[in-house]
Design a protein around this ligand. Sequence first.
Ligand code: PEP
Ligand code: MN
Length: 338
Amino acid sequence: MFVVMKREASAEQVRGVRNAAERLGLKTKPVHGDRQVVMDLLEDGQSQSGESLGTLEGVQLLLRVSKQFKLASREFRKADTVIRLPGGVEIGGREIALIAGPCSVESLEQLLETARGVKQAGAKILRGSIFKPRTSPYDFQGIGLKGLQILEAVKEETGMLVETEVMHPDHVRQVEPFVDMLRIGSRNMHNFDLLKEAGRSEKPVILKRGLSATVNELLLAAEYILNEGNPNVVLCERGIRTFMTETRNTLDLNCVPLIKQLSHLPIIVDPSHGTGNPDLIAPLSKAGIAAGADGLMIEVHRNPKEALSDAHQQITPEKFARLVNELKPVAHAVGREL
Ligand code: PEP
Ligand code: MN
């Protein structure tokens, strides 16, 4: 349960509520409110109900949340969360966010050429992994920390925002000075220490749905980040494991409008990993936008055949530019900008 204080509540009234909660055996945790003080009442086996706090001075209302996830729920926050990035770039607003770039950072030339191409096509955020969670230990594992200089140089040269994947809690502090967003990949959606560390970061986090995670589990993973104080989480549907063998994953577009009902957090769609098939990326991108996604993450490589990871699913910057043009009327049809 949350105590939402009135906008004009004094510091003394806030203190009064906190003390009264403590007398009931309840711990209070301040949460990120828009313009008013909001406290989460943490109950345990010993504590009494916080119902009586509703009558104290300065309290606007007690908010009961019926879901397992609280801070991520639409009950907690009615309005859509809009992630505000440097340079006026937003995720979750009217404009569809385009995040594009190679699966892996391979070299300065590779990233720069690809970045120039996707930027010209309209992408504002460049993706590129330096740590790669690969199924096989014999596959390319990413170029590691030396990739940070490449990301920094390309960011500087192109003016694009950049994001990269973090796999270990230590990566968060290591990459933070170089990137605008952190990404937690599918395989690490349940890496709770990583989620908590990302929750202590100043940088917005793209959280990808686990290979076999339910929507409830995805929202609870987001809750770990929010609960540590980072309010800027972008959810990402990237396909789930099903019986289908003809596509890499099954892109679960059900979850887009479902998450919009359950949560105020923005959600983007990754049709590259969701299908594993470059010919399916355009139709599934359109479908994602039509279903209400706030953005797309698409793997683009200057020469997909030579890519060190996910060579089969990456598209060229030219193909990406054609795709963006095809997406515009779809975005407009559902009241969005692109
Ligand atoms: C990625 O986006 O680079 C990636 C590895 O995707 P996922 O975590 O969805 O498999
Ligand atoms: Mn990939």
